[in-house]
Design a protein around this ligand. Structure first.
Ligand SMILES: O=C(O)COP(=O)(O)O
Ligand SMILES: [Mg+2]
Length: 257
């Protein structure tokens, strides 16, 4: 939660000051999907109830083409963030904005890891700002090989490992995206499940962790939902609506910029 925001929650779960939020930013894997990555019907239903009446920015570690398709099918009608913040898409048919990563260093780190481990690298044709690979090796085995790469951040996003530029993250991407939309990051409530969502929580006005989130992520969230995966996302939408915490427009529209 940002310091400027007046909403806070007591240890009993009641809001002290009722601020209303004008945007939602959500992670994809583990938050609107099941643990095997099937899109949750409950999350879809919840997203459809608010579709086009409030910006819903998807912020994912996934590739841009994957995130873009999910966005269309969820009806989020808003800009989106892919590759953990490395790519921003202002509108559905716009050219993406690429945040320049230390690509040489990322490729060198991957080459070194491939000398030592038989890694399954994901989406290499589509990924342009970070590197993602399957969690077939323990983090403890990998980290010693990365100590010399000063500009690289290793992220365990639960569904995959990522090597990203240390200056790229979902939280910064939310700041940039909000600015493009003439909003502030603090106007958004965030929801997520993994380490790659923590800076998003810090940038946003208020944050929710789904019940399947890691303990570290739960500690960083302002509110821990009772339900897991897409059911947790639906619980959050219900909570925001029941407590009149989000501003919904009467007419459906696009929030593309
Ligand atoms: O790409 C991943 O590993 C996880 O994606 P997510 O950020 O949507 O959870
Ligand atoms: Mg996730």
């Amino acid at each position: 939660m940002t310091a400027a925001n007046t909403t806070s929650i007591s240890e009993y779960g009641f809001f002290f000051f009722m601020a209303r939020f004008s945007g939602i930013v959500t992670d994809i894997d583990g938050t609107v999907t099941h643990d095997d990555r099937r899109l949750s019907v409950e999350a879809l239903k919840a997203a459809h109830t608010i579709s086009g009446r409030i910006p819903v920015v998807l912020a994912s570690g996934n590739t841009l083409c994957f995130t873009r398709a999910i966005s269309k099918m969820m009806g989020t009608r808003s800009p989106l963030i892919a590759e953990n913040g490395g790519l921003l898409l202002p509108s559905y048919d716009a050219d993406p904005i690429r945040i320049e990563p230390c690509m040489d260093e990322l490729n060198a780190a991957l080459a070194l890891l491939l000398e030592h481990f038989d890694l399954t690298v994901f989406d290499s044709r589509d990924r342009v700002t970070d590197i993602s690979f399957a969690k077939t090796v323990s983090k403890e085995d990998i980290l010693p090989y990365l100590t010399d790469f000063q500009n690289i951040h290793f992220v365990d996003a639960e569904f995959a490992y990522h090597l990203t530029d240390k200056n790229i993250c979902k939280g910064d991407a939310l700041q940039r995206t909000a600015k493009m939309m003439s909003m502030k990051a603090g106007d958004f409530v965030a929801v997520g499940d993994s380490n790659n969502d923590i800076d998003l929580f810090h940038a946003s006005g208020f944050s929710f962790a789904v019940a399947n989130a890691t303990d570290t992520v739960k500690k960083e969230a302002d509110y821990v939902l009772q339900k897991s995966f897409g059911d947790g996302f639906a619980e959050m939408i219900d909570y925001l609506l029941q407590n009149d915490l989000i501003e919904l427009e009467d007419e459906r529209r696009d929030y593309y910029v």
